[in-house]
Design a protein around this ligand. Structure first.
Ligand SMILES: NC(=O)c1ccc[n+]([C@@H]2O[C@H](COP(=O)([O-])OP(=O)(O)OC[C@H]3O[C@@H](n4cnc5c(N)ncnc54)[C@H](OP(=O)(O)O)[C@@H]3O)[C@@H](O)[C@H]2O)c1
Length: 327
């Protein structure tokens, strides 16, 4: 796979990474899980050069890091660029219950929480350092400078090589940069979520910061996975998201349909079209599509070589906005 540098000071990574969240959290929670297949998908990603692996302590909580740790044991750790996150709690509306009212907002950016959490992550991941330690969300109760200062301490202590942010504004990136270099910013970006394009993404490019789009496949919707609300497994996190509600989902099928049409015309798959559009947003962009399915992983890897013409890109740029908010 083609590679790029993660920010101006980070390691080389494949231009497409792997999001591990769905292997133990949020999606398909009642479907029997096959850990062996998830581990095989992680190894397959490394074999294909999709070296950036994304997890978080909040996924599960903890079970996702534990699974990734087991996958990397036995000599695979050195092949991976390992990224985890801290600061979002497992009861937050972004992970557990989109309609809910999480106590305390489900965030914890206190320096003592960061200092304690990195050791737990390293233990679960079975490693002495992560390559990228990301602040999952800014805690409105704690000055960002204090949280980011504690994140920077993990670098000084040799526990993290680089640190990154997630779901932040340009102003927050600037505040963090004044304390310690920001290597990456992770935010939702896909054909149906374009908010970063007008501010955060160009700012990252200008500053030599990697931009890591999460949910680049619209949580599977843009890849054509769901034709109706009923297709979502019971107690799947997406059942609570506005865009997946019955009426909204029905309206949004027009977007997925246009992606599918283009894929059919080009002799490729909807997932590759969706990911190729994300990749086209900049050299500093490294999407982390999530999957626990070997066939999907191979499909996603192929997006690195899926060229979209200027006319294709313009057509995708002109897709209508979705019905329903992200969360
Ligand atoms: N920073 C944050 O706040 C944040 C928030 C959300 C996610 N993330 C990270 O971003 C990663 C990716 O996001 P995501 O998993 O939420 O959404 P996503 O990557 O947009 O979509 C994942 C869904 O798409 C399906 N899928 C994957 N490839 C496919 C293909 N080629 N064809 C058809 N379906 C396909 C997956 O199915 P299967 O799982 O059944 O294989 C899964 O249901 C996560 O794993 C996580 O690491 C970060």
């Amino acid at each position: 796979m083609r590679t790029t540098t993660l920010g101006s000071d980070g390691p080389r990574v494949g231009v497409i990474g792997l999001g591990c969240m769905g292997m133990t959290a949020s999606y398909d929670m009642q479907t029997p899980r096959d850990e062996a297949t998830s581990i095989a998908v992680i190894h397959q990603a490394l074999d294909l050069g999709m070296t950036l692996l994304d997890t978080a302590d909040a996924y599960g909580p903890y079970t996702n890091e534990e699974l990734v740790g087991r996958a990397l044991a036995g000599g695979h750790r050195e092949r991976a660029v390992l990224a985890t996150k801290v600061g979002l709690l497992a009861d937050s509306v972004e992970i557990a219950n989109p309609g809910g009212n999480s106590p305390g907002g489900g965030r914890d950016g206190r320096p003592e929480h960061i200092r304690r959490s990195i050791d737990g992550s390293l233990r679960r991941l079975r490693t002495d350092h992560v390559d990228l330690y990301q602040l999952h969300r800014v805690d409105p109760q704690v000055p960002l400078e204090e949280t980011w200062g504690a994140m920077a301490e993990t670098v000084t202590a040799g526990k993290a090589r680089h640190i990154g942010l997630s779901e932040v504004t340009v102003a927050e990136i600037r505040r963090a940069q004044a304390v310690h270099p920001v290597t990456s910013v992770q935010s939702e970006l896909s054909l149906w979520t374009r908010d970063p394009l007008t501010g955060v993404l160009p700012h990252c490019q200008e500053q030599g910061i990697a931009f890591l789009p999460f949910a680049p496949l619209g949580r599977g919707f843009l890849a054509g996975r769901f034709a109706s609300f009923e297709d979502l497994p019971r107690d799947d996190f997406r059942r609570g998201l506005p865009r997946f509600q019955r009426d909204a989902l029905r309206a949004n099928l027009a977007i997925a349909g246009r992606v599918r049409e283009m894929a059919t015309r080009a002799g490729t798959t909807p997932a590759r079209v969706a990911l190729a559009w994300v990749l086209a947003q900049g050299q500093h962009v490294v999407p982390i599509p999530g999957t626990k399915t070997p066939g999907y992983l191979a499909d996603n890897a192929g997006a690195a070589d899926t060229g979209l013409s200027p006319a294709d890109l313009a057509e995708l740029d002109a897709l209508p906005a979705p019905r329903g908010a992200r969360y």
